[in-house]
Design a protein around this ligand. Structure first.
Ligand code: FAD
Ligand code: EPU
Length: 335
């Protein structure tokens, strides 16, 4: 059923109150095809959890909410299990189900908001793991032809918060299922210092996938605002990857600038650090601002508009560029 003139406030974690001309939910591919046959030429917006979008105006088109469920073990051996998951499953519930089943690989990605279907869009990542590390393939509905196309790992062309669906194939597909390879013999990944610290605090000497997940949930809860309390979409910007010459320039005035090795001899800088040093951390303008614990997170304290938050992000980009000669790129999808 297609509804008209619907507020999207409950459907985006920034809590921005814009309206869409038309809105529908789909729970399977047949339902999706049926809705699209009544689409006209309206622009389309596919929504999972709405946790990586900023709505800057009313949407004069059709919003489709993905509610395709399912969790199916396709095959397994002594080492691994292959699991196919409906794109409308909630990501964190999928992670918890894996832990309950003692399937490893997704525990470091605990508590990331949003849907399974959006996870390959930007190759979600946290605490040393990205979904590309467990991804096998996905099925996607080709909007133009109505065909289902399969995408292998290689075809997704994953990068840091990137995939083919954010670039070359943007707007062409609706992801309907994702297949992952999980472990039965686990190798927990605790390379991020904060995880080890948290495990020690909890008296864990032999970490399991469950204790790693619990540690990550505790760390994330202490740092990141809960969208149920304060509107946000996680990191608003990507961490910039720059030439070493830029790092060396910054080091002249800030010798301890955080930096991490990146491919091709480049370095990744911490956008949160750059924004903090540019003076924006914790700043509040009317009902929106920069979070007090994490400068990479822009927040909506009340009834702000997407345009106000977008404008704030432009001011931050300009200040960081002036101060450090580094151009920040937005991670959040602006609509
Ligand atoms: P949505 O916001 O609904 O959609 C995002 C984009 O994908 C849109 O362009 C949408 O049209 C498109 N899309 C969604 N579903 C489909 C589909 N099935 N087919 C085709 N296109 C689709 N991200 C990280 O990587 N790491 C983190 O640690 C992290 N932490 C976060 C913490 C908080 C508090 C918040 C609010 C966000 C965080 N994020 C993080 C960002 C966000 O959770 C991820 O980007 C997540 O994958 C978005 O999922 P979603 O279903 O909400 O996507
Ligand atoms: N920092 C500051 N000030 C701040 C924030 C951070 O100086 O206000 C410094 C920290 O002290 C640290 C460095 O920046 O030295 C990195 O900070 P943190 O470990 O908090 O991670 P991040 O780079 O800010 C990234 C991801 C997160 C992911 C975490 C954990 C991006 C854009 N963000 O954040 O992903 O959860 O690492 O792996 O890569 C998201 O994509 O939405 C997201 C939340």
């Amino acid at each position: 059923m297609i509804s008209e003139n619907i507020s999207l406030k409950p459907f985006n974690t920034f809590g921005i109150d814009v309206k869409t001309k038309r809105f529908a939910r789909f729970a399977n591919v047949k339902g999706l095809s049926d809705i699209l046959s009544q689409r006209n030429e309206d622009p389309l917006l596919i929504l999972g959890g709405g946790s990586n979008i900023l709505m800057t105006r009313d949407f004069n088109g059709l919003v489709l909410k993905n509610e395709i469920k399912g969790y199916e073990v396709i095959s397994e051996n002594e080492e691994n299990v292959i699991v196919k998951v409906g794109a409308g499953e909630v990501w964190h519930e999928f992670v918890l189900k894996n832990i309950e089943n003692n399937f490893g690989g997704t525990e470091n990605l605990s508590l990331i908001p949003g849907s399974v279907g959006a996870s390959p869009m930007q190759n979600i990542g946290a605490y040393g793991v990205e979904i590309k590390d467990v991804f096998v393939e996905l099925e996607a509905f080709h909007i133009k032809t109505g065909e289902i196309h399969n995408f292998s790992h290689k075809e997704c062309n994953f990068g840091y918060r990137e995939s083919v669906f954010k670039r070359e194939k943007k707007g062409e597909y609706i992801i309907v299922s994702v297949t992952y390879r999980l472990t039965k013999k686990h190798k927990v990944n605790v390379v991020y210092g904060a995880i080890l610290e948290e495990l020690q605090k909890n008296g864990v000497a032999q970490p399991t996938i469950k204790s790693v997940s619990n540690a990550i949930i505790a760390i994330r809860s202490s740092k990141l605002p809960d969208p149920k309390e304060i509107g946000n979409a996680g990191s608003f910007f990507k961490n910039p990857v720059v030439n070493v010459s830029i790092l060396n320039e910054i080091k002249k005035t800030h010798p301890t600038v955080p930096n991490y090795p990146a491919p091709n001899g480049k370095v990744k800088l911490a956008a949160g650090w750059l924004i903090e040093k540019a003076g924006w951390k914790g700043k509040r303008i009317k009902n929106y601002g920069v979070h007090k614990n994490q400068a990479l997170v822009l927040v909506n304290y009340g009834n702000s508009t997407g345009a106000e938050i977008l404008d704030l992000s432009s001011r931050i980009i300009a200040d960081v560029e002036n101060e450090f000669g580094v151009c920040l790129e937005r991670e959040v999808n602006i609509i």
